[in-house]
Design a protein around this ligand. Structure first.
Ligand code: HEC
Length: 193
């Protein structure tokens, strides 16, 4: 009897927590008008859900990227990558080099072994909607000469691998020739600004 009461109390709490969350996670504002508070609140709504879904498959990067350093103060309102909110993490090999945000040196190269993962999400009908996890891995330039040493990949919002074209990604990234093909987060969310 006591157990059953406890269980139903827990179930009721879980239900009302779910309802409260659904309410908090409705955003009336248009994305370009998002305040920092709304950007932060939206990330709170998606952060656990993103990770749970990216890791639902067996992607090796998805399994570890949240242990890496975050390369920006927090998610930024969208620009590129399909109008999505973006949040970038870099593994230990490349973190220090990445957060220099070098973009004025044609000879600048990220260390071989750098892996960069970028979460993405947006709003659909005022509610959060997960986007892909975008990944760039730096190999020796000679090992991937057509893409200047970068290998591109992505994980679908449900954790499955995403079929992408190296040239599609690099046609744009290759334009960043003074930063070893990196686009970097928006200025306002770069560390140390
Ligand atoms: C139309 C141009 C464009 C295309 C196409 C594009 N990107 Fe990007 N990408 C950017 C820009 C700009 C940034 C920096 C934006 C930000 O983080 O706010 C970026 C950032 C990234 C980052 C974080 C590292 C960095 O550059 O600072 C990764 C990882 C990434 N993109 C992966 C991909 C993958 C994988 C593809 C192909 C599926 C792709 N990108 C296609 C423009 C593009």
């Amino acid at each position: 009897m006591t157990t059953r009461l406890l269980l139903s109390a827990a179930a009721a709490m879980a239900l009302s927590a779910g309802a409260a969350q659904a309410q908090d996670c409705t955003f009336e504002a248009e994305i370009p008008d998002f305040t920092q508070e709304q950007i932060d609140a939206l990330y709170e709504c998606v952060r656990d859900d993103l990770l749970a879904n990216y890791t639902a498959g067996d992607n090796e990067v998805a399994a570890v990227y949240r242990d890496w350093g975050q390369a920006q103060t927090g998610p930024a309102a969208p620009g590129f990558h399909g109008g999505r909110f973006l949040n970038t993490f870099v593994n230990e090999v490349g973190y220090d080099a990445y957060i220099q945000y070098e973009e004025d040196d044609e000879t600048f190269e990220m260390p071989v072994g750098t892996v960069i993962a970028k979460e993405s999400y947006t709003l659909r009908d005022n509610a959060p909607r997960r986007g892909p996890l975008f990944i760039m891995t730096r190999v020796a330039t000679d090992d991937s000469p057509d893409t200047d040493g970068w290998v591109y990949s992505a994980v679908q919002p449900n954790g499955n691998p995403m079929g992408i074209s190296q040239s599609f990604c690099h046609d744009c990234h290759g334009g960043f020739e003074f930063s070893d093909s990196l686009g970097y987060p928006a200025f306002e969310v770069r560390l140390g600004q």
